[in-house]
Ligand binder design. Structure first.
Ligand code: ADP
Ligand code: MG
Ligand code: MG
Length: 902
């Protein structure tokens, strides 16, 4: 039986058997090592143990049946190919044991180099290298150090102390000055450390070293830091890691050897050129560990021109093959170049656009592919103001970029203090270990938030994103002392009132004020760049990719805009209309008084007078907005919030009445207002007298608004302009509500439109679950639906947004009840289902029914893809998100039809 299973299940692949598309099985590192091998690049031979073997091990705590035999068989093949046996005392084969999951998780998991060395083979290794004792003992001490630390949990500092000690004894700070004897002594010291912590001798048996190292790599998948990282990066927890066993090549053989990393383009700016670091006479981990100073890759040309030219050749090859920016790890062993790793490299948002544009120019990818390779989150990042950074500003700490933006201000350590200083007009940054619901007011008052604990789903991160406020979370280098109102980091102490700067995009924290510069991408959309600025690579790439997205997309993108200014900006940002023009602001300011008269009216006359006074004011507002959107549709929502929102708060009125009485003044009006507020008080205003219900209860209110809208449209048309009003009724749950409003509106429209030719649509929001479920009926009375996904989410989940986000969303995210707040990205399974049902049944009842979305989800990338798939006509979002929605609407098309996959 066991033998049968062995045959059935293949757990080990030779590099020659894999390819780059097998990342699920071989991990990114293994798949790409295989790809490079098959391209004929010089990769040291080796094999990959699959993620399936890892998953089986993690599930049962034991290696799956057949794995040991397969490793043996592949090891034998490797030994034959290399002409050496693992750990042979005279001429040992050494291997590295390297982790490598599907998604790169930098520094999260383990690698052990020089496996196969022991007290005897170290002598053989030296002989092999031409009696190079120094090299052999250096390699051995590295093995004990890495093996001890990663496989047996020996505290790494102990090895580092011993190394420091050895250098001090030699009177040097450079490990290259250590001679063979020093290193031999260091091996003894390391072995003692090993025994002290593990209670056993350092294992001398090479195969045991190999098996333990493989096991340690499997187990590193569940190391705490890896778990935390995955949660932050939303990498699934059940993928497992592959293990690569690779014949060692040696960069520590002398000055003609070395190791380095390189990028085929600048991952920060996307610029073409040679970017990388090289370190002579070293093994790979030294480069990352920053033990010695690396030199820029360009210097390799002087050190070893042959290897340099060869490397540049491979870099070009890889870029052409992957058709993307690659990053590379390599080692030179006595003048011979070896490729140890490559992958499609991470990059900044700016570089993503620039590189995609360049690759199109170079004919390596087409525009669809370029569009596929950038995304709305990156574009959104590029639209925030950024810090103007030069060499003067080095970050003092780095946390998680939890909510993007750049903010400078005085550090404060309590919510109260934040509110106090902000009230005095100061910019403040709220610094906490972590935030909780009590910090809400402080967060609102601050320019930015900085915490030393918690990741992307912490309370601070979730709430800050909800508010659109810059936030760096989990900057764990900070030692935050709340009672003493200060934090320390890297020898600096920052007290209350000291200015700091936080970058919520990169997670970096700076001391002092860093100047902020506007986004050139926003300036491009605004049309304020001159010809030279427009020619910069980033702006060119954005322009090109946006143009392509606009040509492809099926969704129209509209904006939510309540004023002529917002409308004009939305138009510059590419909006094809207004999807939501709220009218409540038209009842504020000096118009409050009219609203009060309306609410307090005791007779029809009083009420009609108040409405008649409001009419011309609203009409003027609409004229301005229609002019700004000339020719494009404008959806105006009739008044939605409960009217008591326009009255002063109860406490304030009570005080006013008391004070006036004291002074013996006339309190009739104050008392009437107070009584009205008491009468209108609601336990659940979100579910109370609002939306269409107002229109049905307060005679003439909607009629006045409809008249103002239509008269404004007619006026604009008479002026030679063009206006396309769409009147939207909020909070409808039953077709009868809409029919009643419609009947009244149609009379007014017929009367006002006259000969002007203005066409007015009447439609409704779908934001109450009952409306979604009876959409077939409602469509009979509606020419369009606009999904109000904020309310639909609130009522679909039974969440009061203002309460839940601060109170417990962080916990729901932590528990994985949802992966992202349903207010940030639409819950496709539940709320999305309501949208789908309403779209289908609405269109079935009325084929030409226009469908759109006007919740904040309209500007969220994943939600845009969902709305595309449901077949809506448009999404509407805040003006600032319009470009993001345009880009994603284009990407949604590419994703459904596929980009080129040469
Ligand atoms: P990480 O995923 O952390 O980059 P790697 O598995 O790539 O870990 O190993 C780290 C470094 O160790 C590599 O960059 C390389 O320089 C070195 N290394 C790994 N395998 C070998 C090998 N077979 N020969 C020489 N150096 C190696
Ligand atoms: Mg690596
Ligand atoms: Mg609503």
């Amino acid at each position: 039986m066991a033998a049968q299973e062995t045959v059935d299940h293949k757990y080990v692949y030779d590099f020659a058997e894999g390819n780059k598309d097998l990342k699920d099985l071989l991990g990114g590192k293994g798949a790409n090592l295989a790809e490079m091998t098959n391209l004929g690049l010089p990769v040291p031979p080796g094999f990959t143990i699959t993620t399936e073997a890892c998953k089986a091990y993690l599930a049962t705590g034991a290696e799956p049946a057949g794995l040991a035999d397969q490793i043996e068989a592949h090891l034998e093949a490797l030994e034959r190919e290399m002409g050496r046996r693992l750990g042979d005392p005279d001429d040992p084969l050494l291997v590295s044991v390297r982790s490598g999951a599907k998604f790169s998780m930098p520094g999260m998991m383990e690698t052990v180099l020089n496996v196969g060395l022991n007290d005897r083979s170290v002598v053989g290794l030296s002989a092999q290298a031409g009696q190079n004792d120094r090299f052999a003992w250096d390699s051995y001490r590295r093995l004990i150090q890495m093996f001890g630390k990663t496989v047996c949990d020996v505290p790494g500092e102990e090895f580092e102390h011993a190394l420091e000690e050895a250098k001090r004894a030699r009177g040097t700070t450079d490990d290259l000055d250590l001679a063979a004897d020093d290193l031999r002594g260091l091996v003894d010291a390391y072995k003692k450390i090993f025994v002290k912590h593990t209670g056993r001798e350092f294992p001398q048996e090479p195969r045991e070293q190999l098996d333990l190292a493989i096991r340690a790599v499997f187990e590193s998948w569940n190391a705490e830091r890896a778990v935390v990282y995955r949660r932050q990066e939303r990498i699934p927890a059940d993928l497992g890691t592959a293990v690569n066993v690779v014949a060692m090549v040696f960069g520590n053989l002398g000055p003609d050897s070395g190791t380095g990393v390189s990028f085929t383009r600048d991952p920060a700016s996307g610029a073409q050129g040679i970017y990388g670091d090289y370190l002579a006479n070293a093994q790979g981990e030294d480069v990352v560990a920053g033990i010695r100073n690396t030199v820029p890759l360009q210097e390799l040309e002087r050190i070893d021109k042959k290897s340099y030219d060869e490397l540049l050749g491979y870099m070009a090859r890889l870029e052409e093959h992957y058709r993307d920016l690659c990053d590379i790890e390599f080692t030179i062993e006595r003048g011979k170049l070896w490729m140890l790793q490559t992958r499609v490299g991470k990059r900044t948002a700016a570089a993503a656009f620039v590189i995609a544009g360049q690759l199109v120019d170079e004919g390596l990818i087409d525009l669809n592919e370029a569009l596929h390779r950038v995304n709305g989150a990156q574009l959104a990042q590029l639209m925030f103001p950024r810090f103007r950074l030069d060499h003067e500003f080095d970050p003092v700490a780095k946390g998680v970029g939890a909510s993007p933006g750049a903010a400078s201000g005085k550090a404060v350590f309590s919510s109260d203090r934040a509110v106090e200083l902000a009230a005095q007009g100061e910019s403040v940054i709220l610094v906490r270990r972590e935030t909780n619901p009590d910090d809400l007011n402080g967060m609102i008052a601050s320019k930015g938030i900085l915490t030393s604990r918690g990741g992307k789903t912490s309370h601070a991160a979730v709430v800050a994103r909800g508010m659109g406020k810059t936030c760096v979370s989990g900057a764990d280098e900070l030692d935050v002392n709340i009672p003493q109102r200060r934090f320390t980091v890297g020898g600096h102490t920052v007290g209350e009132g000291d200015v700091i700067s936080v970058d919520g995009t990169t997670g970096k924290v700076y001391l002092g004020e860093v100047p902020v510069m506007p986004s050139e991408v926003v300036q491009y959309f605004e049309g304020t760049l001159d010809a030279e600025q427009r020619d910069n690579p980033l702006v060119r790439a954005v322009h090109r990719i946006m143009t392509h997205a606009d040509q492809l997309r099926r969704l129209t993108v509209r904006a939510n805009a309540d004023t002529a200014d917002d409308a004009a900006r939305a138009r510059r940002f590419g909006a094809g209309g207004i999807g939501l023009c709220r009218t409540e602001h038209m009842f504020l300011g000096d118009r409050r008084e009219l609203v009060e008269r309306l609410i307090l009216a005791r007779t029809d006359d009083e009420r009609e007078n108040a409405l008649a006074a409001l009419l011309p004011l609203q009409r003027t507002d609409f004229v301005e907005i229609f002019k700004a959107m000339d020719g494009l549709p404008v959806t105006v929502r009739l008044i939605d919030p409960p009217l008591h929102e326009f009255l002063p708060p109860l406490e304030q009125l009570a005080v006013n009445v008391a004070v006036a009485q004291e002074r013996g003044e006339d309190v009739a009006k104050e008392e009437a207002l107070l009584a009205a507020v008491r009468r209108m008080h609601e336990e659940n205003p979100m579910l109370g007298l609002r939306g269409v219900r107002l229109g049905l209860v307060i005679p003439g209110l909607f009629a006045m608004q409809v008249r103002a809208i239509v008269e404004a449209a007619v006026a604009v048309v008479r002026d030679g302009g063009s206006a396309c009003p769409e009147i939207m009724v909020p909070l409808v749950g039953a077709v009868q509500e809409l029919e009643t409003v419609r009947a009244e509106a149609e009379k007014i429209i017929a009367e006002v439109v006259g000969e002007s030719g203005v066409e007015v649509l009447i439609g409704t929001m779908i934001e109450v679950p009952r409306a979604a479920l009876t959409a077939g009926q409602i469509a009979e009375a509606a020419e369009f639906f606009s999904f109000g996904t904020n309310d639909l989410t609130q009522m679909g989940w039974g969440f009061s947004r203002d309460d839940v986000e601060a109170a417990f969303f962080w916990r729901y995210l932590e528990l994985g009840i949802f992966g992202i707040s349903p207010f940030e990205s639409i819950d496709t399974e539940g709320v999305g289902r309501l949208v789908r049902i309403a779209a289908e049944e609405g269109r079935a009842a009325r084929p030409g029914l226009k469908l759109g979305v006007c919740g904040e989800h309209g500007g969220d990338p994943d939600s845009v893809h969902f709305f595309h798939s449901v077949g809506l006509d448009y999404v509407s979002c805040s003006p600032f998100r319009v470009p993001v929605a345009r880009l994603e609407a284009g990407r949604a098309v590419v994703e459904t039809t596929g980009s080129d996959s040469r």
